[in-house]
Write a protein that binds this ligand. Structure first.
Ligand code: NAD
Ligand code: GLY
Length: 370
């Protein structure tokens, strides 16, 4: 396992929209972490009522020399606030402060703050720069990287959004110290995801180091964040706007998004829904004859050791598979009402496939707790 003595950097290669992901300890307070921001511009730090008291003053301090003025906005905390109403508060703050096209937005928080701030940056004056300062494991390994930004709609998760790449992503591993254990586990779901879809050796490594990761061992976390970001960077570098390949990053998300929307946003954490969804997608992969019978149980055992649910929620007592299918038809991968699933077709390789409803119904019946 690598020892973390210095800042590690992963580059997202997207031509003129390329940017670095910095990973290491002590980055939050270091003004050099934010050197891509235009000097002399104004800044707005967008955070939430949980994260801001912990870290916003320190970020403000680090930005003081670079920016003319540093403003702050604290949003309500929670997936249920990832809405138009909350997004509007960012626009209100920008307009209220007279923000111009050079104003830099800083997203200080987890994926909810990151997705909303990025979307606001994509829209305000048709696009202003922003920097991701992710403070959850999930945001460091996934949501802050790759430029997907969005809010939820009652009929579907992340349905309203835009692609807008940040200037940089600053992953300070020290901020994970204050993350609740349940949130750490939710982040581990997205870390684990990268193994089946892209790197069987990484899956083996996670199986060996899962306890160290849950104990927040700095070297283990540094490796997990770096490897996850490398895999995501490689995928996004080939398919920024999800014409094809990028969809593999949604392994487990088709079932998972149905759980989140069906139970109401916030009932399960996103990573928890993805964990149960990955087991369902692995079972579907087996039902389609793509992987052997041992694959889904192996994945479920690891997810359980990570402190995650491995069985789906019941969304409808009368016709649970029917409810899942109805919700999954809103999935962004669906084409003309046909649901398309990310399946594993060989170790470390994923594909996007349609599946017969009867097969999917059977998987849902078997994988949900009654
Ligand atoms: P989150 O943003 O709700 O954060 C989880 C909780 O942890 C919140 O209560 C937050 O206030 C708190 N928190 C954050 N950092 C903390 C810290 N350092 N110490 C203590 N508490 C802290 O959830 P999340 O899991 O980070 O992100 C989930 C969201 O990300 C979902 O909305 C999902 O759709 C989105 N997402 C987006 C992408 C993408 O590519 N854009 C990818 C994956 C997930
Ligand atoms: N989290 C899925 C993606 O970024 O494409």
């Amino acid at each position: 396992m690598p020892v973390i003595s210095q800042v590690q950097q992963v580059q997202i290669a997207l031509g003129e929209r390329s940017y670095p992901i910095r990973i290491g300890g002590g980055l939050l307070d270091d003004p050099a972490s934010y050197r891509e921001a235009p000097a002399g511009s104004d800044a707005l730090i967008v955070s939430n009522e949980t994260v801001a008291p912990l870290y916003a003053a320190r970020l403000s301090q680090a930005l003081a020399a670079r920016h003319r003025q540093v403003h702050r906005l604290d949003l309500p905390d929670g997936e249920e606030h990832k809405t138009w109403q909350t997004l509007n508060r960012i626009f209100d703050a920008l307009l209220g402060h007279g923000a111009d096209r050079k104003t830099v937005l800083y997203a200080l928080g987890g994926g909810v703050v990151g997705d909303m701030t990025g979307f606001a940056a994509a829209c305000y004056m048709r696009g202003v720069p922003f920097i991701q300062v992710p403070t959850t494991l999930l945001a460091q390994v996934d949501s802050s990287v790759g430029g997907k930004t969005a809010i939820n709609h009652p009929l579907g998760k992340n349905m309203i959004g835009a692609f807008h790449q940040p200037l940089a992503v600053v992953c300070d591993l020290d901020v994970l110290d204050t993350l609740p254990a349940r949130e750490l586990s939710a982040g581990l779901a997205e870390v684990i995801k990268y193994g089946p879809i892209a790197d069987p050796d990484f899956l083996d490594w996670i199986e060996v180091h899962i306890e160290a990761l849950r104990a927040r061992d700095p070297a283990a976390l540094a490796h997990a964040v770096r490897r996850s970001c490398e895999i995501k960077a490689a995928v996004v570098g080939q398919d920024e706007r999800e014409a094809g390949l990028r969809a593999i990053l949604n392994f487990g998300h088709t079932f998972g998004h149905a759980i989140e929307a069906g139970l109401g946003y916030g009932a399960w954490l996103h990573g928890e829904a993805v964990a149960a969804g990955m087991v369902m997608a692995a079972e579907l992969s087996h039902a389609l004859g793509l992987v052997d019978a041992g694959f889904a149980p192996r994945l479920a055992a690891l997810l359980e050791r990570a402190g995650l649910p491995t069985r789906g929620a019941v969304l409808d007592a009368q016709d649970n598979p029917g409810r899942y299918l109805a919700l999954m038809r809103h999935d962004k991968k669906a084409e003309q009402g046909e649901i398309r699933f990310v399946v594993i077709d060989r170790p470390g390789h994923a594909a996007v496939r349609a599946a017969p409803d009867a097969l999917v119904r059977d998987v849902i019946e078997r994988c949900c707790t009654r």
